[in-house]
Ligand binder design. Structure first.
Ligand SMILES: *Cc1c(COP(=O)(O)O)cnc(C)c1O
Length: 227
């Protein structure tokens, strides 16, 4: 596991340096859905500092097992408003806010525990029916609505492009997310930071880094194929 994590960090660094970026501007989120607490623990020992989980129930169990470990927890799956309470208690960053209803639920639960919850908006660039995320054209409106909430802090955007066998095919989606981020950042909306871009997975993270990713979400390359 140590060698695998080291190898991924090296690939991230190489991709960053290759396009003139500082390697430390790209952070690895190790996606641990379906992976046992024991193996996640091993990953932490091997240098993983951020975990990405998709399911609240599954994450709660691991969170309890690993609560003392020096690792940040990110939620990257689809979040239902009625699970906001659990998400706010466990996660340092929620990547997948895709409606004002969900943002308000998160804000409300964060207020109850006197927390300011860091969040990203998940944008559906590809406009596929099956994918979650807010449409491109509604993104700005959601940003403005979220900027009025006191207990969430919007840090940027996330996307999950359609699956391709060739990583180059995902580039236009990453480019587009980056452009949306720059446009919104240029508006200097109060309370909105727009500095993070969560994009890129096992098959395409190097392309995502070239297009400005600050978080890459990598599962298979670290933990192997999921059952
Ligand atoms: C599973 C998952 C990943 C990781 O995908 P890999 O191809 O295994 O690296 C990244 N992001 C999200 C949202 C996921 O659900």
């Amino acid at each position: 596991m140590k060698r695998i994590v080291k190898d991924i960090h090296q690939r991230i660094n190489r991709a960053a340096v290759g396009c003139g970026r500082k390697p430390e501007t790209v952070k690895l989120v190790a996606v641990s859905k379906t992976v046992s607490s024991e193996r996640v623990s091993e990953a932490i020992d091997s240098g993983v500092t951020i975990l990405g989980e998709n399911y609240i129930q599954e994450a709660r169990e691991k969170f309890n097992n690993l609560v003392d470990r020096p690792v940040k927890w990110h939620f990257i799956g689809h979040l239902q408003s009625n699970k906001a309470k659990y998400a706010v208690r466990m996660f340092d960053l929620i990547h997948s806010i895709d409606s004002i209803k969900l943002a308000k639920a998160v804000d409300k639960e964060a207020r109850k525990i006197a927390k300011v919850q860091d969040i990203l908006i998940q944008v559906n660039i590809s406009q596929e029916e099956t994918k979650t995320g807010v449409g491109e054209t509604e993104t700005l409106q959601l940003v403005k609505q979220i900027s009025n909430l006191d207990n969430v802090r919007l840090l940027g955007l996330m996307t999950m492009p359609p699956f391709f066998n060739a990583p180059e095919k995902t580039r236009p989606f990453f480019k587009q997310l980056s452009q949306i981020k720059e446009q919104i950042a240029g508006l200097n909306i109060k309370g909105v930071e727009m500095k993070e871009l969560s994009m890129g997975m096992t098959g395409d993270f190097e392309v995502a880094i070239e297009e400005g990713a600050t978080f890459v979400r990598i599962g298979t390359a670290i933990f192997g194929a999921r059952r």
